[in-house]
Design a protein around this ligand. Structure first.
Ligand SMILES: C[S@@+](CC[C@H](N)C(=O)[O-])C[C@H]1O[C@@H](n2cnc3c(N)ncnc32)[C@H](O)[C@@H]1O
Length: 237
């Protein structure tokens, strides 16, 4: 596994470049994360990260036995649809009406069923307790209080023995990486995740590096954080 000090792999691809372009600087973090801002981004920029799954989600989930998967902040559905294609029973939730519409159309095009739900994870969504075997969070960048609330809900949605898989932009990305939101308040690190998932058995909580090709072919590295953790049989939130 790639820790902070180990040699980062160069994984340059078109989808890595796309991954760096998801966020647009607006007036404030608050504004950039609203449903209206995501609706605008999704309706003016097509499939922002393409239709293929995120590389880390795919590497983690390839070959996984079919199970009940919940994709929180599923956006335009690239991961949820791919997970359904792998035989999983998938629910995807997002606050963006445009994103959910695009996700539904992607699922229809690929001939898979995904339960896509339009909801604000903090305000509208109450998780069905212990209803999922895997919760996926892919670049869901939230301010600390919201993040803690949503991560607690993710934990509640997992059955005992179920896994959380999270990939996101690391706090260090702002100064030392490339792409991602330019707002420190929605970035987080290993210590934050250790706290959020303190009751879990943690298999990985560490940086991952993504090679991103910029204008003119120059390659830079984005710094992500990856968490893989199991909800123990006796879980006390
Ligand atoms: C960077 S995108 C990632 C989309 C997708 N997970 C992917 O990797 O392609 C973040 C997504 O989180 C959603 N989101 C942010 N805050 C949310 C909230 N409070 N409730 C529901 N969705 C939220 C946004 O609407 C957006 O679609």
């Amino acid at each position: 596994m790639n820790g902070a000090g180990s040699e980062p792999p160069l994984l340059s691809s078109a989808s890595n470049l796309l991954e760096a372009r998801g966020h647009v600087r607006l007036d404030s973090c608050h504004q950039s994360g609203t449903p209206a801002a995501w609706n605008e981004r999704y309706s003016t920029r097509g499939m922002v990260w393409g239709t293929e799954p995120n590389q880390f989600v795919a590497a983690f989930a390839v070959g996984l036995s079919p199970c009940r998967v919940l994709d929180l902040g599923c956006g335009q559905g690239r991961n949820a649809v791919w997970l359904a294609q792998q035989g999983h029973t998938v629910t995807g939730i997002d606050q963006s009406k445009v994103g959910i519409g695009q996700a539904r159309r992607l699922a229809a095009r690929q001939g898979v069923r995904v339960d896509f739900v339009l909801a604000d994870l903090e305000a509208d969504w109450t998780p069905l307790p212990e209803a999922f075997d895997l919760v996926v969070l892919s670049y869901l960048q939230l301010p600390p209080e919201t993040r803690r609330t949503v991560h607690a809900k993710a934990a509640a949605a997992l059955a005992p023995g179920g896994k959380v898989f999270l990939i996101a932009h690391h706090s260090d990305n702002l100064e030392h990486g490339v792409g991602g939101p330019p707002y420190p308040e929605v970035l987080f690190d290993e210590a934050d995740l250790a706290e959020d998932f303190a009751a879990f058995d943690v298999m990985a909580n560490e940086k991952r590096y993504r090679a991103v090709e910029g204008e003119g072919g120059a390659v830079r590295e984005a710094i992500d954080i990856l968490l893989e953790a199991v909800k123990p049989a006796q879980h006390t939130p």
